[in-house]
Design a binder for this molecule. Structure first.
Ligand code: GTQ
Length: 351
């Protein structure tokens, strides 16, 4: 008899054996291996698009239902349609649209989740981080690194609206969530306005600087500077076939990503330029900073207007076309994937 002949086990025998395994907290790998270790990324995350024209009226309606203080944070969570109820826009990341009305304060708290804010609308309301009030204008990126106290206040006459990005699901996966409230609604302001920008946002560093941490000490990346750089490169450099002009927001002391878990970037797709297909393992959340155009993600095409948000699933092909100069902000979990040696990208052929 051939000793290598496979056994011919009856389905009932498998079932009885699996039941005995299960009682002892074991399971057969051979039933699940092909779903656990896949040839390519397999994700429930779907391409999705939130038009600002749809989001804004619903967000303003929330202002009539609940105050920023009652809500703690008055935010509409952008839920990926492939992950219903999970409060996630990708498997690892969270995005929401936050509103603070004139005169309101979203009270001080801190958490181990890192947050970034990309400002969509408003004119000079503030987020206080580390005792510094950071003014917020459209297109600015404001950071709230892990475990930094933060509160938002709107002392202007207009609503302020921004996109929040947090690493909520990633921190949940690692069971590393800590959160604290303060008995002070707002933190004491200990820094002059513009302090972190003067120290870290002028291509210089304090001569006797504190050692770098994983978090950028620059808390605000103003849009006028980002846009100026993009405009210069549009006029005077080659455009990347897959991105147009694309820059990432750097940690000024180390050159690494601005945050350890979320990598923000900004790109300009010039008017009438069509990017070549590109895909990468990091699912990407985009917000339209300026301009109009289209995003094609897999077999879906979205018509983009300013302040829209859309999501590109991991390893999905994407390409863009600028109807006018289209400026896109994005954040992804690429810093994590790079550190773990998992990040991959692929550039498609000319179509
Ligand atoms: O502003 O601190 O969208 O803690 C979700 C959780 C915003 C915030 C969110 C938060 C915040």
């Amino acid at each position: 008899m051939d000793s290598k002949a496979p056994p011919r086990t009856a389905p009932d025998d498998f079932a009885r054996y699996y039941a005995r395994l299960s009682k002892q907290n074991m399971a057969p790998l051979w039933e699940v291996l092909k779903n656990l270790v896949t040839a390519e990324p397999v994700t429930p995350v779907l391409p999705a698009h939130w038009r600002y024209a749809d989001v804004k009226p619903l967000l303003m309606e929330a202002a009539g239902l609940i105050s920023a203080e009652q809500a703690e944070r008055r935010v509409l969570v952008l839920e990926n349609p492939g992950l219903p109820g999970a409060s996630s826009i990708t498997h690892s990341l969270y995005a929401g649209i936050q509103l603070v009305m004139p005169g309101e304060i979203a009270p001080q708290h801190r958490h181990t989740q890192s947050a970034l804010r990309f400002i969509l609308e408003g004119n000079g309301a503030t987020t206080t981080v580390d005792g510094e009030r950071l003014p917020m204008y459209p297109g600015d990126l404001v950071l709230t690194p892990s475990w930094h106290w933060h509160d938002h206040q709107n002392e202007t006459g207009e609503p302020i609206i921004w996109m929040d990005g947090l690493d909520i699901a990633l921190v949940a996966l690692l069971d590393a969530s800590f959160m604290q409230h303060s008995n002070r609604k707002e933190q004491e302001v200990t820094q002059a306005k513009g302090a972190s920008l003067a120290r870290y946002g002028a291509n210089m560093l304090p001569i006797d600087d504190a050692p770098a941490t994983v978090n950028s000490p620059l808390m605000r990346y103003p849009y006028d500077k980002s846009r100026e750089a993009l405009e210069h490169l549009k006029a005077h450099s080659d455009w990347d076939p897959c991105h147009g002009i694309r820059m990432r927001y750097a940690h000024p002391q180390t050159g690494d990503w601005a945050l350890p878990t979320m990598g923000p970037a900004i790109q300009l797709v010039p008017k009438d330029f069509s990017t070549r297909p590109y895909r990468s393992t990091d699912g990407a959340i985009f917000a339209v900073a300026d301009g109009h155009g289209t995003a094609t993600i897999g077999d879906k095409t979205f018509a983009l207007s300013p302040k829209d948000v859309f999501v590109v699933p991991p390893w999905a092909w994407r390409s863009f076309k600028g109807k006018d100069d289209l400026v896109l902000f994005t954040f992804t979990d690429r810093p994590v994937q790079e550190k773990l040696g998992l990040f991959r990208e692929e550039r498609g052929a000319t179509s």
